[in-house]
Design a protein around this ligand. Structure first.
Ligand code: 13P
Length: 286
């Protein structure tokens, strides 16, 4: 049995109101996705998956990703959301929506503000007609290889006044903020700019997002949730968890190759990781 996927907005609006966040967990296989969905079900939290170009390609295309998420939805009693992560152009977002995505991110943050507004607003118009939630991004999230000075880093971060204008003029439902996190493992100590987030949250009332959740200090995550962060994207940590479990299990005495022997420990470790993060991010409501 399959079940429909859900738009994201209403869940994050509730999260902002009640000061909790959902992890946005990277999806690249039914089995690993299901391992995390069972934890969401345990806490009665919506299951939120994020998926980008690379994972979609790995799964064999948009419709396979949608089919996997709908099958997971059919196997749990909580809403399941599949969110297209960092899609960069109108055409690919239209294709994702036509394939069944109910939640998308348009990342036009590499463009100057005016062009970011224009590109994002165009996506909002198409998506909202189809009942699809839209996340936009303002500011630039650094790559993990970039060791920037504080002033360089600050100049890439989301400007609170521009954020207010961006939200108003695009009509987005959800705003991705750039406050010092990076995508991938940190290669230098993270400096998360909570005071900037606080200013953004004073000017912007829609749900806010933190990208680059892997390796971000948990005390900063918890603090960020108090200032409007409602979704924290997590990808690298999940891949690392799976990779470590698979390599470790093969070294055990008496290990023999069956699908269950090889992959079940990875699923179990993902569940432990997800449970820990859900307890942290949703501690105000659990
Ligand atoms: P990490 O890989 O650092 O967890 O970042 C994921 C992310 O933000 C995807 O948008």
């Amino acid at each position: 049995m399959t079940k429909d996927l859900m738009p994201l907005t209403e869940y994050l609006v509730d999260a902002r109101k009640r000061k909790y966040a959902l992890g946005g967990y990277c999806l690249w296989s039914y089995a690993y996705g299901m391992a995390i969905a069972e934890v969401s079900q345990k806490f009665n939290l919506p299951m939120l998956y994020i998926i980008g170009d690379a994972e979609i390609k790995f799964m064999g295309g948009l419709s396979n990703a949608v089919a996997a998420a709908k099958t997971i939805a059919g196997n749990v009693d909580v809403p399941v959301i599949l969110h297209a992560d960092h899609f960069r152009d109108y055409e690919s977002i239209c294709r994702a929506i036509d394939a069944g995505f109910k939640s998308v991110m348009i990342d036009a943050s590499a463009y100057p503000l005016e062009e970011n507004i224009e590109r994002t607003a165009k996506v909002v118009e198409y998506a909202h007609k189809a009942g699809v939630s839209v996340e936009g991004e303002l500011g630039r999230i650094a790559g993990n290889e970039q060791h920037l000075s504080l002033s360089e880093e600050e100049s890439m971060q989301t400007d609170p006044d521009e954020a207010a204008r961006f939200v108003k003029e695009t009509g987005i439902d959800i705003l991705a903020t750039c406050i010092g996190t990076v995508h991938g493992a940190y290669r230098f100590p993270p400096k998360i700019n909570i005071s900037r987030l606080q200013k953004i949250s004073e000017k912007v009332s829609i749900p806010l997002v933190m990208h680059g959740g892997s390796g971000t200090p948990e005390d900063k995550m918890a603090e960020a949730v108090n200032y409007g962060i409602t979704k924290i994207n997590i990808a690298t940590d999940l891949v690392t968890t799976v990779g470590k479990a698979i390599s470790k299990v093969q070294l055990q005495d008496g290990f023999n190759y069956t699908v269950a022997n090889l992959y079940a420990p990875a699923c179990a470790d993902l569940a432990v990781y997800a449970e820990h993060k859900m307890r942290l991010l949703a501690k105000n409501i659990l």
